[in-house]
Design a protein around this ligand. Structure first.
Ligand SMILES: Cc1cc2nc3c(=O)[nH]c(=O)nc-3n(C[C@H](O)[C@H](O)[C@H](O)COP(=O)(O)OP(=O)(O)OC[C@H]3O[C@@H](n4cnc5c(N)ncnc54)[C@H](O)[C@@H]3O)c2cc1C
Length: 429
C-alpha cells in the first residue's frame, strides 16, 4: 500500500515502521525505509505543503544526505548561495561560506514526501500522533476521531514543538533556561527589495537576537530570527522585535543614520558608503517585516535550545529537532535532520529484519549513532551561537573582516563558520 491512506487503513494491521512528522527528518526516514522495502506510514498533524520558520539554507551535510538516497532532485530550482554578509553595529562585511542550497520549506518538505511516496511510503495528513506507554500510537484527526496504530518501529520526528511523547515522561526534553525562540516569515518582495537583499545570505546580529535574510527562488524574501523571548515581549510582538534588530544592526532610527556612524564608514565595491547602503537595506527590510505582519505570515516556534537525554526506548527512536537542537546561527538543522532521518531509517530497516527481541537490541545503537553524526557539530554551533550573543565580538569581527580578510579567515575557519573572508561585495543603490 502506498499513497494516501485513511484513518481506518492506518489502524489496520501492523506497519513495519510508523514515522511521526513530515519535516526533513521524517521525510528522509520514510524514504530510506520505503527504499529498503519496509511498509511505512508517515503521518503529520498538518497537510503538506506548509511553511515553517526556517532560514531555508541547506548546507553540504543536508545536500549530501539527499544525494545519498537519490533525492537531490527535490532541490530543483534551488538557488546556490556562497556568501554571507554579517551586519552588526552599523557595519557590514561579506564572508564566503560553504555552498548552501536556498529553497522554501513548502517546496522542500512536500517534494521530499512525494519522493518517499514514490519509493512506496504511505501518508496520512492532519492527524495528531501520541505515543502510548505500550509504544502503540494514537492518531487523532481534526474531528476528534481516533485510531490506534501499531508498528514494529516508531520514529519520532515531530520537531521542536512536537508533543507526541507527552505520555512518556521518562523521555521528556529539557529546554535550556536561556533559550531563544524562533520567528519567521516568507514575504512577497518587489524588484527593488530583492536587489537590496542581493544574491547572498544576510545575518544581522543585535543584542536581543539575530535575523537571517535570503531571497527564495520563488521571489519571496525569507526572514528568520532567533530572539530573546523577553525582547519580543518588551517590543510588543514578533514583527516589532525584528524591526528593533534591523534598526540596531543598521544603526538607523526612523530611517535616518545616527550621527555616530558618520565618519567611520567602510567603502564598498561601488565606491558608495557602507552606511548609505545599510540605510537603504534597513528601509527595505523594515517594509518587508511590516508587510509580513499585515499579511499575517509571521510564525513563531517553541524555545529553540533543548536536549533529550533519552532518544531511544523500546521500539521508539527520536530523530531531528525532536532529539535536541541548538540555536540556528550556523543554519545546519535541516542537514542534521536529513542525515539523522536517513541514518535512523537505515537502523530501523535492520531492526525490522530481526525477530521481536532483536528489534530493541538493534535500535539500542541509536543514541551512539546520533551522537557520532551530529554531536560535535551541535557543540560547535552552540559555541558560535553563544558568540552571537555578544554583538561587540561580532562587530569587532566585521571590522577585522573589512580591514584584513586574511586574519579573520583563520578565526572564522576555526569556528567552522565559513571558508574564508571576503571584502564587502554588495552593490549600493
Ligand atoms: C529561525 C530559524 C532559522 C533556521 N534556519 C535554518 C537554515 O537556514 N538551515 C537549516 O538547515 N536549518 C535551519 N533551521 C532549523 C530547521 O528549520 C530545523 O532544524 C528542521 O526543520 C528540523 O527538521 P525536523 O524534521 O526535525 O522537524 P520539523 O521540520 O519541525 O518537522 C516536524 C513535523 O512534525 C509535525 N508534527 C509535530 N507534532 C506532531 C504530532 N504530534 N503528530 C503528527 N505530526 C506532528 C509538524 O507538523 C512538522 O511537520 C532554522 C530554525 C529556526 C527556528
Amino acid at each position: 500500500m502506498s499513497g494516501h491512506v485513511s484513518m481506518q487503513q492506518a489502524g489496520a494491521g501492523v506497519w513495519d515502521a510508523l514515522v511521526i512528522g513530515a519535516g526533513p527528518a521524517g521525510g528522509a526516514a520514510a524514504t530510506r525505509l520505503a527504499q529498503g522495502g519496509a511498509r511505512v506510514l508517515l503521518v503529520d498533524r498538518v497537510a503538506l505543503p506548509r511553511g515553517k520558520v526556517c532560514g531555508c539554507c541547506l548546507g553540504p551535510m543536508g545536500v549530501g544526505a539527499l544525494r545519498a538516497f537519490g533525492a537531490e532532485g527535490v532541490l530543483a530550482g534551488a538557488r546556490d548561495v556562497r556568501d554571507v554578509m554579517l551586519v552588526c553595529g552599523g557595519r557590514g562585511a561579506g564572508l564566503a561560506m560553504p555552498p548552501m542550497a536556498v529553497i522554501g520549506r513548502e517546496a522542500l518538505d512536500a517534494r521530499l514526501v512525494e519522493f518517499a511516496q514514490g519509493a512506496g511510503a504511505s501518508v496520512l495528513w492532519s492527524v495528531s500522533a501520541r505515543v502510548e506507554a505500550d509504544d502503540t500510537v494514537t492518531l487523532t484527526d481534526a474531528d476528534g476521531s481516533s485510531v490506534r496504530a501499531r508498528a514494529r518501529v516508531v520514529l519520532v520526528c515531530d520537531g521542536l514543538a512536537g508533543a507526541s511523547l507527552r505520555e512518556r515522561p521518562a523521555m521528556a526534553a529539557r529546554v535550556s533556561s536561556d533559550s531563544r525562540i524562533g520567528v519567521g516569515a516568507a514575504v512577497e518582495a518587489g524588484a527593488r527589495e530583492l536587489d537590496l537583499v542581493g544574491e547572498g545570505l544576510m545575518m544581522l546580529v543585535a543584542r536581543g537576537g539575530y535575523l537571517g535574510v535570503v531571497a527564495l527562488p520563488d521571489g519571496r524574501v525569507d526572514l528568520a530570527a532567533a530572539l530573546d523571548a523577553e525582547v519580543v515581549r518588551r517590543a510588543g510582538g514578533t514583527a516589532a522585535a525584528v524591526q528593533r534588530v534591523i534598526e540596531e544592526c543598521c544603526l538607523v532610527d526612523g530611517g535616518a543614520v545616527r550621527t555616530r556612524v558618520k565618519g567611520s564608514l567602510v567603502s564598498d565595491d561601488s565606491g558608495g558608503k557602507n552606511g548609505e547602503f545599510l540605510v537603504l537595506l534597513a528601509r527595505a527590510l523594515l517594509a518587508l517585516v511590516e508587510r509580513g505582519a499585515e499579511r499575517k505570515v509571521w510564525r513563531g516556534t517553541a524555545a529553540l535550545t533543548r536536549s533529550r537525554a533519552v532518544v531511544q526506548c523500546g521500539r521508539l527512536v527520536v530523530v531531528g529537532d525532536s532529539a535536541g537542537y541548538v540555536e540556528p546561527f550556523t543554519g545546519e538543522g535541516m542537514g542534521w535532520a536529513l542525515a539523522g532521518g536517513a541514518a535512523a531509517g537505515g537502523l530501523a530497516l535492520r531492526a525490522i529484519g530481526s525477530d521481536d527481541a532483536g528489534v530493541e537490541r538493534v535500535l539500542g545503537a541509536w543514541p551512539g549513532e546520533l551522537a557520532a553524526l551530529v554531536g560535535r557539530r551541535r557543540g560547535k554551533c552552540g559555541v558560535v551561537a553563544s558568540l552571537a550573543r555578544r554583538p561587540r565580538v561580532v562587530s569587532a569581527l566585521v571590522r577585522v573582516a573589512a580591514w584584513s580578510p586574511g586574519v579573520s579567515s583563520s578565526l572564522i575557519t576555526g569556528l567552522g563558520l565559513a571558508a574564508r573572508m571576503r571584502e564587502p561585495h554588495w552593490s549600493a543603490a
